[in-house]
Design a binder for this molecule. Structure first.
Ligand code: PEP
Length: 259
């Protein structure tokens, strides 16, 4: 059975004081849960993806909590003359286990193509990180009935080159662009259809048994009010949470919604 993954993507938010306070708050909740038998900790793995600037400061707080640390992006090369960029090897060196690649904000703001996303995911794997590869359709693609075709084409273009036996090292995040940061989450039918299409594609790539090991997260306006419903759906193996991950109570309420 796939353990759910609840990942907080803080985006470009958090100066030291507030970022550390938030991380400490999550650690505190987690430790209290462990002390009381660890029910929530067994139900879900927690992942924090703060801005690069906070990774080194937050890392020491996470020792012994089982809370994982991740980057929000990485360069497709592991080192070299790329001023201002951060490599997957550097994230690994800081104690990260995951990195988000292909987030729609990067695809939009930085014109990132599927090819580039794939190269980043390959670099992540090479460095020993688990890539969280984000895909999702825009509102107009959805209105034109293109969701499944768009998701398939993004998967074809952005998934890393992975031996099927290593499929468990991959996480896919379905994040409909129109649902990100809008407060308007995809409904149960949208999510069910998208996730089963993704699982079918993974089965074509890796075979159905190995495809069962890949976690497919939903992201897009996940909040305490809709988390339990979304997280109980077949093929939804967790959530990539933006805005609500910046509020301790909301993030923890989402984590405690894991069935
Ligand atoms: C995200 O940016 O990955 C995201 C899902 O954001 P939000 O939860 O704010 O919609």
């Amino acid at each position: 059975m796939r353990q759910k993954l609840i990942a907080g993507n803080w985006k470009m938010n958090g100066l030291s004081e507030e970022g550390l306070r938030l991380a400490e708050g999550i650690v505190d909740r987690r430790l209290r849960d462990i002390e009381h038998g660890g029910e929530i900790s067994r139900a879900c793995e927690l992942l924090l993806c703060p801005p690069f600037t906070l990774l080194a400061q937050i890392r020491p707080f996470l020792g012994g909590t089982g809370i994982a640390l991740g980057g929000q992006d990485c360069h497709p090369e592991l080192s070299g003359a790329h001023t201002g960029d951060i490599s997957a090897a550097m994230l690994m060196d800081l104690g990260c286990e995951y990195v988000i690649v292909g987030h729609s904000e990067r695809r939009q703001d930085h014109g990132e193509s599927d090819d580039l996303v794939r190269a980043k995911a390959n670099a992540a794997l090479q460095a020993g990180l688990t890539p969280i590869v984000c895909i999702g359709e825009t509102e107009s693609q959805r209105e034109q009935g293109q969701t499944q075709a768009v998701l398939r084409s993004q998967l074809e273009g952005s998934l890393p080159e992975l031996d099927g036996r290593e499929a468990m090292r991959l996480v896919v995040a379905y994040e409909p662009v129109w649902a990100i940061g809008t407060g308007k989450s995809a409904d149960v039918q949208d999510v069910t259809d998208a996730h089963s299409g993704i699982r079918s594609y993974l089965a074509e790539c890796f075979g159905s048994d190995l495809a069962q090991g890949v976690r497919v997260l939903y992201g897009g306006s996940v909040k305490p009010e809709n988390a339990a419903k979304l997280l109980s759906l077949d093929n939804v193996d967790g959530a990539l949470v933006g805005g609500a991950s910046l509020k301790l109570e909301d993030f923890w309420a989402i984590a405690t919604s894991c069935p």
